[in-house]
Each structure stands twice: as structure tokens, then as C-alpha cells.
Design a protein around this ligand. Sequence first.
Ligand code: TYD
Ligand code: MG
Length: 456
Amino acid sequence: MPPKTKTAFFCQNCGVESPKWVGKCPSCGEWNTFVEEVIVKTNNKQTVGSNGQTPNKPQKISDIETSEEKRYDTQNNELNRVLGGGLVPGSMVLIGGEPGIGKSTLALQIALNLKNHTTLYISGEESAQQIKLRGNRLNSDNDRCLIVSETSMENIFSHIKNTKPDILVIDSIQTLGTQVVESAPGSVSQIRECTAQLLRFAKESSVPVLLIGHITKDGNLAGPKILEHIVDTVLQFEGDQNHMYRILRATKNRFGSTSEMGIYEMRSNGLREVSNPSELLLSSNEESLSGVAISASMEGMRPFLIEVQALVSTAAYGTPQRSSTGFDLRRLNMLLAVLEKRAGFRIGTKDVFLNIAGGIKVNDPAIDLAVIIAVLSSSMDISLPKEVCFAGEIGLSSEIRPVNRIDQRISEAEKLGFKHIFIPKNNSKGLDTSKFKIKIHFVSKVGQVFQTLFKQ
Ligand code: TYD
Ligand code: MG
């Protein structure tokens, strides 16, 4: 019997299906996102247990056998770290990012670096010649990296059959289409069906699949949310077009932590791994300037020192402006309110601009103390000694709260030649200070740091 075709409406944002058009999505609340798509319903009625597969038997968790998980080393330490130690066989990794951020470059670089594995790189966006030109820029060659420009799923599976790749790269999922679904590539039903087919392939063959995905103008991955549910790992590739740094973050990872990040620098010959971020994130100004404070931060398991810059000036107009790059504006407002109310600094009528060096967004709360000190330093126009750094979270009553992994922060600061570090008093428990040469100042209130630094 020929399959019965019918149409339905799908929310392009979250993938919810509706039999009729609706203006506002009942599931995600977005407006005007419903688009009519043709769907094919195959009428194979299935009852439980009759799908031809032998059902799995439930077993005790202690009885389940695990083999030592083997991972592919991508020859790219930053990516390995973000993935949680390498690419897991049979896993599906989605890399999302704005156009031009370097997703295709990253994927091609990985494919070219994997010298001992056959990689099939499928591009629906560029011709093979264009990819070759990019390969030339990367100065790298690998005969086991096969390139094909293709958008049809049926053809892709025949290429897979012919080339038997160890790793599959799809650039991008939004350009693929399968005959099973009649709607255009990039539509919800196409993305859903193509991803499902690729997932089935990945799980059956244990070939890892790297998917590249577009993002919408609000920074979400384009296509249905279910895309993010299906894949094992979602990586976001972000960065400022005007800065050369690129950050790779995991926002979901079934095989590792999501707090790790990888840092790259976009060069004329591709992405370079930045293995020691502190050196890049600290400016090499010889003279010390007011409004600059260094924070001993952590991202995931990796400590690094980062420069916080603040500019405080008298508001030219009635309402003071607050602006921040790389730091949550609401958190900045909260910190300014704490300074005003609890520590008695008058900055309510001042403009405050805050910038984290390198255009990097830091999620670590321990950066609070450096933010406050940078603001105070700029406000009083007193520069800090160059060899001082800070780590501490600020609470609403201006208390300095303990932070995690204090040992690593102190060691990193010491390694980079800092002479003084201000850390929360509550972190002193169990900390062996004798092993450090750096002078450790334990502080519990913002006022105390202020007294030490500015009132000598
Ligand atoms: P691309 O990987 O095409 O981005 P995406 O796939 O995310 O859209 O990279 C695009 C940008 O990177 C482009 O503006 C040029 C720049 N680039 C370099 O600076 N150096 C290089 O070696 C390469 C290959 C690209
Ligand atoms: Mg691309």
C-alpha cells in the first residue's frame, strides 16, 4: 500500500506538531513559528514486542558488563578536553555556532589530523574545490580524509557503504534532505528524520558522527529542540568576530563534564590551540593602570588568570550607564549595589563600564572580587600593584564567600609570577599555606581588601 501523505504544522523553534496553524506556539511560546510541512505516515501498526527485534532483558545494574571505553584521540587537546577525553565511538556530537565562526575549519582540521582513520567529510554547503582551498590554507594533507559535496541522505548512505569511514562529518545538518520526507531541507521534519537516520547509523556501526548545526539570530541552535535531545554531546563554538579567540564549550555531554572549555585562536592558517590561556588573557602593559584587576579564575578543571577592566566616570546625563562585556550585567548591578549600600562607596551617580579581556565570557563566580576591586581602582584612580590577583565570590552583605579549587588557583597565580593573592577567609580551612611562596591574604569583607590596597 502506498504511504498516505498528509500535512501538519510544525513549530520551527521547538518542533511541536499541530494539525492546524497557530500563531503562538503552545509549547515554547514563540510567535509565527508554525510552517506547514508534508509528512509521510507509513501505516505499519506496531504492537509492543512485535517489531521484529528481540527485546532486551532487564538486568541488575551490577550485572551489566562494561568494556573499557575506547575513545578516538582527535589530536586536538582542547577538543579532547571538552569532549571529556576524546571522541566516543558511536556518539553523535553537534557543533553549533554563528556563521563564520570557524565550525567548518574546526571540523576539517580534525578530519585532516586524524591520520590513522578514514574520515568522510560531507559538505552540503561548499563544493569539494572550496574545501580543498580551505585545506590548502590549513597546510595539512591527509589521504584518508575523503571529501564529498552532497545533500541527499540516500546518496550519503551509499558513500558510507563504499568508503567505510571511521568517522563521519556532516556540514551541516540543515542542508540535508531525505526522500522519505517531502518538505524542504532545513525544515523541522527533514532535520528530525535525517538526524534519526544518522543516529541509527552511528549506534549500529559505532562510527562517531560530527554534526555541524546553524544557530538562529538569538543564539539558539536552529531546528527543533529535539535535535539537542537526540545527540549525545552539544558543543557551542563562540567568540567575537572581531577578536581572534574562539571558545568551544559543551552545553550537554553524556560522556563528560559540561564545565570544560577549549580555547582557540583563529590564525591565517587555521585554528591554533591555546593551551596556556593566562598568557593571552593578561595584557602585557608595563605600566600599571587604574581600573585593572586580575582574577584567578577556573573554567572546568583548568585555572587561568584573566584581566578585568573597569572604567568609572561621572555620569554625563541624569541616568548613569552600566555596561559590561563578558560579565553578566545584572551581576554587575548587584555588585555595585553591594558597594553602595554595604561598603559605603558612592558610585550610584557614576557610569560604570566593565570589560573582561579577550572577549571571553567567564561563568566563574570567583571573579566577583576582581570586578569590585577594578571598579574601586578606577573610581579612585589608584592603580594596583602589578603582582596582585584576586579570587572570591561576593555575597549580598559584602562578605567574601569561599570558592572552589583554591589550591589550583593559588598555584596558577604563583606559576605566573604573582606575589600576592587575596582569597576568602573561609577557604583557609585545610589549606596548606606553607607550600606556596606567594603571599596569601585571607579576607572576609570587601572593606578589608580596600583598607589593605588603597589606604596604606
Ligand atoms: P568557517 O570555518 O567557514 O566558518 P563556519 O563554518 O562556522 O561558517 O570559517 C570562516 C572564517 O574563518 C572566515 O571568515 C575566514 C576565517 N579563516 C581564517 O581566519 N583562517 C583560516 O585558516 C581559515 C580556514 C578561515
Ligand atoms: Mg561552514
